[in-house]
Design a protein around this ligand. Sequence first.
Ligand code: IYR
Length: 220
Amino acid sequence: MKLINDYPHISYEIPILPIEIVQKRAFDYYQQLDCRRTIRDFSDKPVPKSVIEDLILTASSAPSGAHKQPWTFCAIEAPSVKTAIRVAAEKEEYESYTHRMSEQWLKDLAPIGTDWEKPFLETAPWLIVIFAQATGLQREKHYYVQESVGIACGFLIAAIHNAGLATLTHTPSPMNFLKTVLKRPDNERPFLLLPVGYPADDVFVPKLTRKSLAEMAVFY
Ligand code: IYR
C-alpha cells in the first residue's frame, strides 16, 4: 500500500501468461464474441434474478471518467411495467416509422427487417434500461458520461452473450418516456434498453458479414 495525493493505492498484478496462451485466448474470445447476434424474437423462458445481478455487476466493472460510475441499471421483470414500456415505445416507434424516419433511413433498415412493433418488450423475461447520470444526484460533476456508459453497455452485451443469453440494443426514439415510467430522478437520461432472455424457437437473423480487418483497422 502507498499513498498518492494522500489516497491509498494498492499493488496490482495480472498473471503474465505464456505468449501461446495469450494468442489462444485472444483468438478464442474473438471467436466467441463473433458468434453474437442481435435477435428480435425472444422466448418467455425465465432467467433467474441472480443472473441479471451478475450481468449488471460485470457491466459496472467498466472504466468511467474519474471513476464516477455515472450509470443506473433498471432491471424490469414486472409484467405491468414491461407493458407500460411496450405501449409507450410502440407509440413513439409508430410515429418514427410512419413520419419521422427519412426514406434513406427506412431503406437502410429494410435488410434488418425492423418495424414499429416491439413484442419483445413484453416477451423477454427481463428488460434492462441503462440510464446515464449527467451529474450526481446533488449535481456533482460527472465526466465523459456518454463514453463511460457506452463502455459499460459493451461489457453488458458481452456478458449477456457469454452467459448463453441473447439481447438486442433497442433505442426507442425519443425515449424520455422511460424516465417517466421508471420514475428516474432529473440527473438521469435514458441511454439504452436491452431485453435479456433466450431466443424464441426458430429465430432468423439477417445474413450479414462483418468488415474484414483490412477494412476497419489501420496499423502504423
Ligand atoms: N429505434 C428503431 C429504429 C432502428 C434504428 C436503427 I439505426 C437500427 O439499427 C434498428 C432500428 C427500432 O428500434 O426499431
